[in-house]
Design a protein around this ligand. Structure first.
Ligand code: AMP
Length: 248
């Protein structure tokens, strides 16, 4: 994968290095949308097409779950508890985590921020970080869909233990049950994709994250996309909007 170096640095907080060729026009994009709406899938498509690296704060927390408990900082330990319950991790913890990884934002590949920011406070912190790095956001892609449809998507989602790719038991079933089509890894249901956690996550999204759409609308960056249809169809809509707005 072209930007594996940046991805690893993002996940594990290591040095951000990669000497592979960089896109002529690095994209700096934030993805908004309720959990399960398909942001991660769109980020994968966008990454393939434009070379920008998908940076997901949720992936960082999930990676930290494999760290022995005694090596976790108190803030990270608290974050693990919040994540398991489907609640938001505190703004301070998430903002510090992104600050510690700011080199990944300025890697030269561009970025697709997935799951950050999630509150207006986090959006303001991101703005400051980007000013320091002399980077301007190109666009904020805001995916929207009926809540019922989102619940269906989330509760059927299965994630690969190995490559983190996703499948859906109804909409995108794997060729062999329980096995990832891409890498042969084991598919599992994320703890926070269980029904009780889903309800909490969607409510939290409405309360904390939906107001971000207004915030970015005022900044003149918001592009809203209805996320119905297949991932390909949603990607065509996304591409069309980016073309119109950024001339890509
Ligand atoms: P995600 O994969 O983006 O749905 O994130 C999974 C979980 O990680 C969330 O339910 C939160 O507990 C936590 N998390 C990820 N990103 C953030 C964020 N920006 N702010 C607060 N909590 C977050």
């Amino acid at each position: 994968m072209a930007n594996e170096g940046v991805m690893n640095a993002w996940l594990y907080g290591t040095d951000c290095k990669s000497d592979l060729s960089k896109p002529a026009r690095p994209l700096h994009i934030v993805l908004l949308g309720a959990p399960g709406i398909g942001k991660g899938t769109q980020a994968e498509y966008l990454s393939k097409k434009y070379g920008a690296v998908q940076l997901s704060t949720g992936d960082v927390f999930r990676a930290a779950k494999n760290t022995p408990e005694e090596s976790l900082s108190p803030a990270m330990r608290e974050a693990m508890v919040a994540m398991k319950a489907g609640k938001l991790v505190s703004d301070d913890t998430v903002i510090n985590l992104v600050r510690e990884r700011k080199n990944c934002l300025s890697s030269g590949y561009g970025f697709l921020l997935d799951g950050f920011p999630r509150t207006v406070h986090q959006a303001e912190a991101l703005k400051e970080i980007l000013v320091d790095l002399n980077i301007k956001l190109d666009a904020v892609l805001n995916y929207v869909l009926d809540t019922e449809e989102v619940v269906k998507r989330l509760s059927g989602r299965r994630t690969c233990k190995q490559c983190k790719g996703t499948a859906h038991i109804i909409f995108n079933p794997p060729k062999v049950e329980g096995v990832c089509d891409k890498c042969g890894g084991e598919l599992f249901q994320r703890e926070d994709d269980q029904p009780d956690a889903i309800r909490v996550r969607l409510k939290t999204y409405e309360e904390s994250t939906a107001p971000l759409a207004d915030y970015y609308e005022k900044e003149g960056l918001l592009l809203t996309i209805t996320a119905d249809g297949t991932p390909d169809e949603v990607f065509h809509k996304t591409e069309a909007l980016l073309k119109q707005r950024l001339g890509l």
